[in-house]
Design a protein around this ligand. Structure first.
Ligand code: HEC
Length: 103
């Protein structure tokens, strides 16, 4: 676990308040949307809890913006019917839980 104080301090110094492309979206409801609409298919492909989709060596994404865009694309592909706020919550969740991209 990263020292959260150091993390907060450095982001306060170097970044405006909400530098992430998902703004201040809450990752908690993001997990719920994601588990409802997305997990089953990733589990079919990768087994386990499906999270290997996000942690595999050959993963496709490398920035926060990639995560947000990918979530938006998947939302429309699988017709989850999410609003942009919900996409933002899911992107915030995936980055917090799996990707840990800083920019
Ligand atoms: C019908 C199956 C299916 C469903 C449902 C699905 N996905 Fe995926 N997802 C895939 C496949 C297949 C890939 C890998 C694409 C590739 O390798 O080109 C993928 C890849 C991804 C990735 C990129 C993984 C990486 O880092 O390489 C993200 C993020 C993602 N999905 C998010 C979602 C979200 C959010 C939802 C729910 C709205 C969702 N997926 C629903 C099949 C699915």
């Amino acid at each position: 676990m990263k020292p959260i104080i150091a993390l907060l301090a450095s982001s306060l110094i170097t970044l405006p308040a909400f530098a992430e492309p998902w703004g201040n979206a809450d990752p908690k409801p993001g997990k719920e949307h994601h588990d409802k609409a997305c997990v089953a298919c990733h589990v079919r492909l990768y087994g386990g809890d499906g999270s290997k989709m996000y942690t595999r060596e050959a993963r496709l994404l490398s920035t926060q913006l990639d995560v947000l865009q990918r979530v938006a694309t998947c939302n429309s592909q699988v017709r989850a019917g999410w609003f942009p706020e919900e996409e933002a919550e899911v992107a915030a969740y995936l980055n917090q839980q799996y990707y840990h991209f800083k920019e």
